[in-house]
Ligand binder design. Structure first.
Ligand code: ADP
Length: 447
């Protein structure tokens, strides 16, 4: 087992990884920008190295500085968390070239799934059902028109290199296609430096359901059930639950088998998530994430497995040590992503946290790097806390979420706590009757 791991991230996820390392007896190295010198992950880590100024490009994306920090401190492995360098195949290669272990899949698989067109192609060959769409990248507006006519409007133009909901544009009819094509390509070029786009049928009332898998280096692959992440704003998740309120046990095991078979054939290793849209009882693959996800805790709560610990064990070469039949999903978990934003306008709200009180009690988990006196910097993602609740049933989990949200205090900055309270009270949420479009409408009715 590794003696020392460098955590190439910040915020709640850096802390999350630190906690798993500590429990495994592994020392941690935090890296941080000058803006994060007093951050909780830096305060708790065994060692820390400043890797640059606030701008992510010069710090958390600064490969040379991170590799130097690992070398100087004698770290043996690097955990990339999510975001930043976690899906950068070149980074994974460079980590390995420096004689260190990258805690994640192979660079080849990261690269394949990072190109959504290549990912869909691979999944098609592996027998995974896809959302209908263009067979590959769209070469011209004329081709886009042909595909749209074949699969029928509405259609969605998506960036091949996409992520974070960027580079995605809907065309509801032929008159909207040219503009959607132009804007999606321009956004993709600006955000990812690559204007390759493809087309999918735009589903009008799907749910976003994703499968968590974990695979060792010895050919064992198991799934840890699904997460329902249909509560989204601007294609970004706000609330996630495990399991989905709409899946039957038969749906779950059918999808689980499809996914584990595919990844066995692919020779995938470490943690990964396959994302699907689910409508009219049909699953359709949209993308795969080759990293730990923000919402991984809801899975951990229902299967009682520490995913970060598993990632580290696997990277160290250990076999999983259990099979699919040993994985038991029990109870229900919900995660609320609490951001430093205005709960109505979503305007960012960085600044000093004057009071912080974390909720507690049975079935309540807070993954957060907040503390009283902490200054939320303006340079990074606005996620400041993940409230995760567990209950023996979905109703119990909702009641617990409401109770915990009422207890939570974050003064000095605006947060989305009040929005989460309203969601937990909304009859459609309580009944489980919502699609990926529900939250957007709900939010617009609040102002
Ligand atoms: P990103 O990598 O940018 O997050 P995804 O492909 O994962 O992009 O899609 C993000 C979200 O956008 C999905 O969860 C879903 O809500 C919506 N979406 C994606 N593809 C479609 C589609 N074909 N029809 C309807 N909604 C879609």
């Amino acid at each position: 087992m590794f003696r020392k791991i460098l955590i190439a991230n910040r915020g709640e996820i850096a802390l999350r990884i630190h906690r798993a390392c500590q429990e495994m007896g592994i020392r941690t190295v935090a890296v941080h920008s000058t803006a994060d010198a007093t951050a909780m992950h830096v305060r708790l880590a065994d060692e820390s190295v400043c890797i640059g100024p606030p701008s992510p490009r010069e710090s958390y994306l600064n490969v040379a500085a991170i590799l130097a920090a690992a070398t100087i401190t004698g770290a043996e492995a690097i955990h990339p968390g999510y975001g930043f360098l976690s899906e950068n195949a070149r980074f994974a290669e460079m980590v390995e070239a420096h004689g260190l272990t990258f805690i994640g899949p192979t660079a080849e698989h990261i690269r394949m799934m990072g190109d959504k067109i290549a990912a869909k192609d691979a999944m098609r060959r592996l027998g995974v059902p896809l959302v209908p769409g263009s067979p590959g990248a769209l070469a011209s507006l004329e081709e886009a028109q042909e595909v749209a006519n074949a699969i029928m409007y509405p259609v969605l133009i998506k960036a091949a290199a996409g992520g974070g909901g960027r580079g995605m544009k809907v065309a509801r009819g032929p008159e909207e296609l040219e503009e959607a094509w132009r804007i999606a390509r321009a956004e993709a070029k600006a955000a990812f430096g690559d204007d390759a786009v493809y087309m999918e049928k735009y589903l009008d009332r799907p749910r976003h359901i994703e499968m968590q898998i974990i695979a060792d280096n010895h050919g064992n692959v198991v799934h840890l059930g699904e997460r329902d992440c249909s509560l989204q704003r601007r294609h970004q998740k706000l609330v996630e639950e495990a399991g989905s309120p709409v899946l039957t046990e038969a749906d779950r095991s059918a999808l689980g088998n499809t996914v584990t078979d595919a990844l066995k054939k692919l020779g995938y290793r470490n943690a990964g998530t396959l994302e699907f849209l689910w409508q009219d009882g049909q699953f359709a693959f949209i993308e795969m994430n080759t990293r730990l996800q923000v919402e991984h805790p809801v899975t951990e709560m229902v299967c009682n497995i520490d995913l970060v610990r598993e990632q580290i064990r696997i990277a160290a070469g250990e076999p999983l040590g259990y099979e699919q039949k040993d994985v038991r999903l029990q109870g229900h978990a919900i995660e609320c992503r609490i951001t430093a934003e205005d709960p109505l306008t979503f305007a960012p709200s960085p600044g000093r946290v004057t009071t912080y009180h974390a909720p507690g009690g049975l079935g309540v988990r807070m993954d957060s790097a907040l503390y009283a006196g902490y200054n939320v910097p303006p340079y990074y993602d606005s996620l400041v806390a993940k409230l995760i609740v567990y209950g023996s049933s979905r109703a119990e989990a909702i009641a617990r979420a409401k109770r915990a949200l009422d207890e939570m205090v974050v003064d000095g900055i605006n947060t989305t706590i009040t929005l989460h309270q309203k969601i937990m009270d909304a009859p459609d949420f309580v009944s489980g009757d919502y699609t990926i479009h529900w939250l957007e409408k709900f939010v617009s009715q609040q102002s």
